[in-house]
Design a protein around this ligand. Structure first.
Ligand SMILES: [Zn+2]
Length: 229
């Protein structure tokens, strides 16, 4: 009698193969045409698809000792990039999200940013947070080609925000932490309240919304955008 056994490492290898064969459903952060807003800089509104940031030690857990993020493409903000590396997420109900892209450069912490739609699918109650605030946030499992990371906290839905340098803060008359309104005109036009101002001295003016928000206003068909206090 022939018996066939399959061990855990074979299962893991098969799952990884299956997942890596699938195309990631969304790319991170599409750059859209510039919209002039009467200020010192053009107003850009970009959608952040689900993505992860990683610290060096977690990167090595997932991709092997000495792993480095390799650049797939630059993002709009200087020095930031979509990496070639992706991970698979596993939630508490064993639901999978494959091909979640890591955005570089490496950070001091590991963080996963998902939409509420992703959270419902995964069975994770996502807290609404500004990047880096991980107090009382849930975790999930990240599966890379080299290893598995059981992230204890750092899974969030990013609070919508606008990156601003000093010139734009002056133009709009706002300061770091203030909330603004973003008006999107077009067939699915709408006004977003509570767009949080995030100041950085060397940043380019850019609004980040997630895929739920981008789809709700059908950003691709927008004819005009405006940021107001
Ligand atoms: Zn941002």
């Amino acid at each position: 009698m022939v018996t066939q056994t399959i061990d855990r490492s074979q299962v893991e290898r098969l799952v990884r193969q299956m997942l890596s064969d699938r195309q990631a459903p969304q790319e991170s952060r599409q750059i859209r045409p510039e919209r002039h807003n009467g200020g010192p800089n053009p107003l850009l509104v970009n959608v952040s698809a689900r993505h992860a940031h990683v610290c060096q030690s977690d990167l090595e857990t997932l991709f092997g000792p000495g792993a480095r993020l390799s650049k797939l493409k630059d993002l709009y903000q200087q020095g930031e990039f979509a990496s070639e590396q992706t991970v698979n997420l596993v939630g508490p109900r064993s639901r999978l999200i494959p091909g979640v892209r890591i955005l570089g450069p490496v950070r001091d912490y590991t963080q996963v940013e998902l939409s509420y739609t992703d959270g419902v699918y995964m069975g994770i109650q996502l807290p609404l947070r500004i990047s880096g605030n991980h107090e009382n946030t849930p975790g999930c499992v990240l599966v890379g080609p080299h290893g598995v990371l059981d992230l204890r906290q750092g899974v969030i839905r990013a609070e919508r925000h606008v990156h601003m340098g000093p010139d734009d803060l002056g133009h709009y008359g706002v300061s770091d932490g203030d909330y603004m309104k973003l008006r999107i005109e077009g067939p699915c036009g709408m006004i977003f309240d509570r767009v949080k101002v995030r100041e950085h001295p060397r940043v380019k003016l850019e609004v980040h919304i997630d895929t739920d928000e981008g789809n709700a206003c059908d950003l691709g068909s927008a004819t005009r955008m405006e940021l107001t206090r």
